[in-house]
Design a protein around this ligand. Structure first.
Ligand code: AMP
Length: 281
């Protein structure tokens, strides 16, 4: 497995491969890898010949400096996991490589109304930072396909909007959420959960599963009300939002007849903010 710290070295590696007709996939990550990330690598291998994983903790998408500071960075462990998974190359630039004129460089694109809903409401400017770095990674790799997890449902929408904005010819593949055996969605942030937090965190997947399992039995209002009631008696868990939304607009769903419905949740568990979602139909 090759390791690249500069765009130049990465491009030099990819150039002859692309010239010989190899299809390239990019898997962007912030490191602290788990089996969710590895599932993206595996799916990438089914869709391309050369897999590049990027590891970059992007400062412009963090709204809380403490969150950025405490973001886990177990790089040796990450490289070992990627090597075992058969990843071809890892792009791990430093901040100066991605932001040569400083991380406060100007960036603003129209991502549509959904930018300001849900995560966008709680993390102002987050999706500008996400699309800014993903555009830079796309420019560095110029992949045929790029893999993103459904775990960050709103992020996939925003990336697709960014792609349309720049008319980039990249295929986006959305990968299913990988969960622990008890249902907790895998996340790099789970490492911060205490033993009690870890148990309490199950309320997220349980409340989503409740909606999926009982969709036929209740009205949308009642489903949401009952799902929210899961959080009433869990100490140390603070719900930011629980919504059943239209999967294209992220606006609260108005009718069970809509074709694309997703339940989305964000909650603080102890000091750790977690997100999860389930596609209902
Ligand atoms: P991150 O390193 O958290 O920025 O995540 C990198 C990519 O992995 C994103 O596209 C995420 O949506 C995806 N991802 C994170 N957690 C999971 C999971 N549990 N299952 C599948 N994909 C995931």
């Amino acid at each position: 497995m090759e390791i690249f710290k500069t765009k130049e070295a990465l491009k030099a590696y990819l150039k002859p491969l692309k010239a010989s007709g190899k299809k390239v996939a990019l898997v962007p990550t912030m490191g602290a890898l788990h089996n969710g990330h590895i599932s993206l690598i595996k799916l990438a291998q089914e869709n391309a010949d050369i897999i590049i994983c990027s590891i970059f903790v992007n400062p412009t998408q963090f709204t809380d400096p403490k969150d950025l500071e405490k973001y886990p960075r177990p790089i040796e462990h990450d490289l070992a996991m990627l090597n075992d998974a058969g990843c071809n190359g890892v792009f791990m630039p430093n901040v100066a490589e991605m932001y040569p004129s400083g991380a406060d460089e100007n960036w603003h694109i129209d991502l549509g109304k959904a930018e300001f809903l849900l995560e966008g409401e709680f993390r102002k400017g987050h999706y500008q930072g996400v699309t800014q770095i993903v555009k830079k990674l796309f420019d560095a790799v110029e992949p045929d396909v790029a893999m993103f997890g459904q775990k960050d449902f709103q992020q996939v929408l925003m990336i697709k909007n960014m792609l349309a904005h720049f008319k980039l010819p990249i295929k986006i593949i959305t990968c299913p959420i990988i969960r622990e055996d008890d249902g907790l969605a895998m996340s790099s942030r789970n490492i911060h959960l205490s033993e009690t937090d870890r148990k309490n965190a199950l309320v997220l997947s349980k409340s989503l599963q409740f909606v999926a399992d009982n969709f036929a039995s209740y009205s949308l209002n009642e489903l949401e009300k009952q799902a929210k009631s899961f959080y009433h008696n869990v100490e140390g868990v603070e719900l930011d939002y629980f919504t059943i939304a239209n999967g294209d607009t992220l606006e609260p769903s108005k009718s069970k007849d809509e074709s694309n419905l997703v339940a989305l949740v964000a909650a603080k568990v102890g000091n750790t903010r977690l997100i999860d979602n389930m596609i209902i139909k």
